[in-house]
Design a protein around this ligand. Structure first.
Ligand code: ZN
Length: 153
């Protein structure tokens, strides 16, 4: 089932919309942990979805389809207009890599939370724990205390 140009542009604008629901889930979980963050910081490459300056950390919340999450069942290529999609996905991938490299070069920790990792609160909880425990920071002890404060039951 091919998309009309109208449908496609509607889909594309939905993708660019800033308050996608996986992103909101991540924000809620960070809130729950009492963490402070900024959204879509324009001064940084790629306007990261979430910036936690205290941890020198940026988080991108990526849609599995648009950013072609490797090995994920949501990362399908539509059967029609394959060339279009492949070009589109490649452009996204190149852009993601470039942006992440620029951020890393500037001393930021870069983390990706995939849409499918926000599906259940437990999954998201584990993912965020992994992110925070992998941070290379002087104040790591303080960091894990803050982020592990409230455990899911
Ligand atoms: Zn995925």
């Amino acid at each position: 089932m091919a998309l009309t140009p109208q449908e496609r542009s509607k889909n594309m604008s939905a993708v660019r919309s800033k308050n996608t629901s996986p992103e909101i889930k991540v924000r809620k979980e960070l809130h729950r942990r009492g963490l402070r963050f900024r959204l879509h910081k324009k001064q940084l490459p790629g306007n990261p979805d979430i910036t936690l300056s205290k941890f020198k950390l940026v988080i991108f919340v990526h849609g599995c389809f648009w950013h072609q999450h490797q090995g994920c069942k949501r990362a399908t290529v539509p059967a029609t207009n394959q060339e279009f999609w492949q070009r589109k996905f490649l452009a996204n991938k190149n852009r993601d890599e470039l942006v992440q490299q620029m951020l890393k070069d500037a001393g930021w920790n870069v983390a990706i939370v995939w849409e499918c990792e926000t599906k259940s609160p437990e999954k998201l909880y584990t993912k965020l724990d992994q992110i925070f425990s992998s941070l290379q920071l002087d104040n790591k002890t303080q960091c894990s205390q803050t982020t592990r404060l409230k455990k899911f039951t």
